[in-house]
Design a protein around this ligand. Structure first.
Ligand code: RP5
Length: 164
């Protein structure tokens, strides 16, 4: 199976990344995690992106906050699918990172998930790998069923408690 490459701009993004690794662990998808910054370590970020396809990656996740250019900088150097996670920081509640990540110029796409959306980033990476992996696609179908059952149970609980 292809790996998912997870990158973050700083170790302060780790709580968001843990939401992604939890999903990938559940699905038994191999991944690596690195700290590469578009601003502080641009050469390392570039080298990773340039060699990612031949290194066996099938999708990349890039999480960053503030002026969040990591996902775009990675996408500039690979045609693997890149999923951007805008991370909320101290001042602007993640709006800065959201706009920096999502507003890519035509030609260099980044699939941007919600602010702090680590779980959806991992699910989207899994769905990309599942295009060519029917066993993984079945696991994703099963996850949807389990999630729907959980909502239906909550619906039943709330009806029992609140409906007259
Ligand atoms: C970004 O700046 C990082 O992705 C992080 O979200 C933010 C703050 O980084 P630190 O100052 O906490 O290292 O590059």
């Amino acid at each position: 199976m292809k790996k998912v490459g997870i990158l973050m701009g700083s170790d302060s993004d780790l709580p968001i990344i843990k939401k992604a690794t939890a999903v990938l662990d559940d699905l038994a998808i191999p991944y690596t995690v690195n700290i590469y910054s578009a601003h502080r370590t641009p050469e390392q970020a570039r080298d990773f992106a340039l060699s990612a396809r031949e290194s066996g990656y099938g999708a990349l996740i890039a999480a960053a906050g503030m002026a969040a250019h990591l996902a775009g900088a990675i996408a500039a150097n690979t045609t693997l699918p890149v999923i951007g996670i805008p991370c909320a920081s101290q001042y602007l509640d993640g709006m800065d990172a959201l706009l920096s990540t999502v507003q890519m110029p035509s030609g260099i796409p980044v699939a941007t998930v919600a602010i702090n959306g680590g779980a959806n980033a991992a699910l989207l990476a899994a769905q990309i790998l599942a295009v060519e992996d029917s066993a993984l696609a079945k696991k994703l179908d099963d996850l949807r069923v389990t999630a729907a059952e959980a909502v239906l149970k909550k619906d039943a609980d709330v009806m029992n408690k609140l409906n007259s």
